[in-house]
Design a binder for this molecule. Structure first.
Ligand code: COA
Length: 176
């Protein structure tokens, strides 16, 4: 597991979380219960603190980098899609971050918001709970309904990654 202390900062990782060996977690980072961190994700708490709450997932190629003027908080049951870049201050509970989205320094994502695939969220953009923001720069697209296909899919991803925190414990190298 590539988890690195940096000076006095030692990542705090719940026993039930799973960090893939090819992911990297550095420094002032706290990772909650049943969080899944996929290969090639980088969670780098070298400027400030990063906290990821229970049952969230950080998919392949995601970058989360800290800042020295705020704590980067990722809520519970947040799905962070492949290759997203997270430099935000906060991501509320039950939010979804689409594939390749960029959350710029200091941006804030409200509870249950969906940031669309490839969107770029500017810190001046105020997000409101349970709405979808899309585009570059990201703008309000529409409400994020409870029973719509995108939300049902999001919940499926979340459950699947929680399951993977158990399943991946039997991961083994067959060739290298
Ligand atoms: C935002 C999202 C939910 C829209 O899905 P949808 O409702 O099926 O969207 P539609 O295909 O009906 O498109 C609705 C409109 O939004 C636009 N749109 C859809 N996705 C967009 C995106 N990512 N960026 C910009 N515009 C987008 C469409 O072009 C369309 O515009 P129009 O009305 O002018 O034709 C979907 O594109 C998305 O980003 N989902 C995120 C998925 C996710 O969580 N990924 C991580 C998986 S691990």
């Amino acid at each position: 597991m590539t988890v690195y202390a940096l000076g006095n900062f030692v990542p705090e990782i719940a026993d039930s979380a799973y960090i893939h060996p090819q992911a990297s977690v550095i420094g002032n980072v706290k990772i909650g219960e049943r969080v899944f961190v996929a290969p090639h994700a980088s969670i780098r708490g070298d400027r400030g603190r990063i906290e990821i709450d229970d049952e969230s997932n950080v998919q392949d190629g995601v970058i989360i980098h800290s800042d020295d003027v705020f704590v980067t908080r990722v809520g519970k049951r947040v799905n962070i899609g492949h290759n997203a870049t997270i430099h935000s201050e906060s991501i509320g509970d039950y939010a979804g971050i689409g594939i390749g989205a960029v959350l710029m320094v200091g941006s804030k994502v409200a509870e249950g918001v969906l940031i669309a695939n490839s969107a770029m969220l500017h810190p001046k953009t105020k997000t409101e709970p349970y709405k979808i923001y899309a585009g570059v720069p990201a703008k309000y697209l529409r409400d994020f309904e409870k029973d719509e296909p995108a939300r049902i899919a999001l919940n499926r991803y979340l459950d699947w990654y929680v399951e993977n925190t158990f399943r991946y414990r039997s991961l083994s190298v067959v060739q290298s």
